[in-house]
Design a protein around this ligand. Structure first.
Ligand code: F6P
Length: 373
């Protein structure tokens, strides 16, 4: 019997998405399963915007960054329609049935997995693949795109060395990763940074300044400091903790919303924070300091060999799930092997850097300062 599978990419893009699409499509077609691409994330299936995924369409996309299906962060239950947010779950189920899909493959990060689980609960046969340069998805060791972004961030740190050295400056470099420090930690270690600031460890600005001054006294004339975009000072982290307690005990929904807004104001991703840190450190150390924000450069470009390989393996696993009727799972990589993880174990959780992770251990052995007192 001819099967039919839909595929979509949702959330922020990452290098390797096309490799994942190509792998799943090629294998499904070889097994006589038709594939339909849904455009712009969940929007595509909500409004039935599709493209046929043929061999021809998938030819030559292995090395291309981005996603041929485009993407968006719009959620099935909060889809912008005109100036309103509408729950389109019913329409998605209807479109899935109309196209007589046997399965829907969703490739995405944290937000996508929550949406995918909701669609599985609404009765759709869902299979997911993990992708995010943040590498913060629960249940998998690696996510598509992380390795390429790690390469970009490490190259940027490498490139900052010569100019930092010429001018004897402190260079703060903001690294993506949302509220997890994988990218900052990995690129910091690979780039030889002596101070790394992570969301997992609220930092003392005094300790960072002290470390920079000690380095200067020891004749190390420049410093490069990777700062994760989600890193918070101890003071800000304490404020957030207090507000979270208040939020938990708040009575009304509006009160909770207001506190959530305040938390976001302090801890949300905001480039002003790194400029403020730069000014403070400059005042405290008298060392000339500059800021580099890598931003979306980290999400662009050709996927690394490692990401192509991972995406191809995960794509093949997703195709296998379609063919064997294994649904409600994420194809993951654990200890180098492909495994299937139930969606309800993944959705709604964030994989932060464990403080006893082997990367943390080696960094500590090297004397890296995390801004701890
Ligand atoms: O989740 C991936 C990510 O690149 C984060 O690292 C970053 O905080 C966010 O997306 C940026 O999102 P946008 O592309 O919507 O600005």
């Amino acid at each position: 019997m001819v099967k039919c599978a839909g595929i979509l990419t949702a959330g922020g893009d990452s290098p390797g998405l096309n490799a994942a699409i190509r792998s799943a499509v090629k294998i499904l077609l070889r097994h006589n399963c038709r594939t339909i691409g849904y455009m712009d994330g969940f929007e595509g299936i909500a409004f039935d915007r599709t493209m046929d995924l043929t061999e021809k369409v998938c030819s030559g996309i292995l090395t291309a960054g981005g996603t041929i299906l485009h993407t968006s962060r719009n959620k099935p239950n909060k889809m912008p329609v005109g100036d309103k947010l509408v729950d389109m779950t019913g329409a998605i189920v209807e479109n899935y049935r109309k196209r007589q899909l046997d399965a829907l493959i969703c490739i995405g990060g944290g937000g996508t997995h929550k949406s995918a689980l909701a669609l599985a609960k609404a009765g759709l046969n869902i299979i997911t693949m993990p992708k995010t340069i943040d590498n913060d998805l629960w249940g998998t060791d690696d996510c598509i795109g992380f390795n390429t972004a790690l390469g970009v961030a490490t190259t940027a740190i490498d490139n900052l060395h010569s100019t930092a050295s010429s001018h004897k400056r402190v260079m703060l470099v903001e690294i993506m990763g949302h509220k997890a420090g994988w990218l900052a930690l990995g690129s910091g270690i690979a780039g030889g940074a002596d101070v790394i600031l992570l969301p997992e460890i609220p930092y003392s600005t005094g300790k960072v300044a002290e470390t920079l001054l000690r380095r200067a006294r020891e004749g190390k004339l420049f410093s490069i400091v990777p700062v994760a975009e989600g890193a918070l000072s101890r003071e800000n982290a304490a404020k957030v903790k207090e507000l979270e307690k208040l939020r938990a005990s708040a009575g009304s929904k509006s009160e909770k919303e207001e506190i959530k807004r305040k938390i976001e104001e302090i801890s949300g991703i905001n480039p002003h924070r790194i400029f403020e840190l730069s000014r403070t450190l400059e005042k405290m150390t008298n060392l000339e300091t500059r800021v580099t924000i890598l931003g979306h450069l980290q999400r662009g470009g050709t996927p690394s060999e490692s990401d192509r390989l991972l995406a191809t393996r995960l794509g093949a696993a997703a195709a296998d799930c379609v063919l064997k009727g294994k649904f409600g799972v994420m194809t993951a990589i654990r200890g180098g092997e492909i495994q299937l993880v139930p969606l309800d174990e993944v959705a709604g959780k964030r994989k932060c850097v464990p403080l006893n992770h082997s990367w943390m251990k080696v960094a500590r052995e090297l004397g890296v300062c995390f801004g701890e007192e």
